[in-house]
Design a protein around this ligand. Sequence first.
Ligand code: G3H
Ligand code: ZN
Length: 276
Amino acid sequence: MPLTRTSELMKTGRPLAAFNVITLEHAEAIAAGAEAAGNAPAVLQISENAVKYHGGNLGPLAAATAAVARTSSAPLALHLDHVETVDLLHAAHAHGFDSVMYDASKLPYADNVKATAAAARWAHARGIWLEAELGRIGGKPGDAHTPGVRTDPTEAAAYVAETGVDALAVAVGSSHAMTTRTATLDHTLIATLRATVPVPLVLHGSSGVPDSELRAAIAAGIRKINVGTALNRAFTTTLRASLGSHPQATDPRKHLTPAREAMAGVVTQFLEAVRS
Ligand code: G3H
Ligand code: ZN
């Protein structure tokens, strides 16, 4: 089916899961997992660090991801994630993205507002939905782990008013790159943010959040759930096992096929967990 717009999925008011794409196999697994979940809607998102992995060239991975999404029977949308450079923000439009997360969360508040407001003006002039982050979620490689940081509701409301962003990633207890699902979220804070902030709230680092916590976070007001590491963990665990079981197999498809299936299974599990 034709590509779905992330903004349209966000406007339905139903919880939405977004999954990170690093390789073609990730995109195929997300599509297969969404189809197995009864053609559930999902977002395929490419992070700036995945673009760096592909030599700083967004085009090939974006084109492959879009082609996979278009040929799926599930309603799939595209999103460019954790964009920290203006060059990549501008490339988003050239490569057909209608949804971007511009991440200036490393900057002091005033600088974050200034950079994000400029990004939002640029995006809105081109019909692009813009997500931003306030309060450091942390945990990414090379990033300081900031488990205690929380998004302040009053500051968040002011931030949205000053920047004009369409969605807000908030620090409520999750952390990027967790390999165990042991995070505990602050549901009271989520509810307060929901009441204070007039745009949908986004939970990053959802790989580390148990299903029960995800459901409670959705009930409290989280709308979009970002998942990356859980797919990578399934991929590498399965790949490692296959390489061990079939040491003579040199065709990568022998190992990548089960690794891709394992990622698809994780996608289906998350989609079923967040389904309203
Ligand atoms: O933006 C991407 C997500 O926040 C992924 O986080 O890899 O910890 O699931 P995760
Ligand atoms: Zn994230």
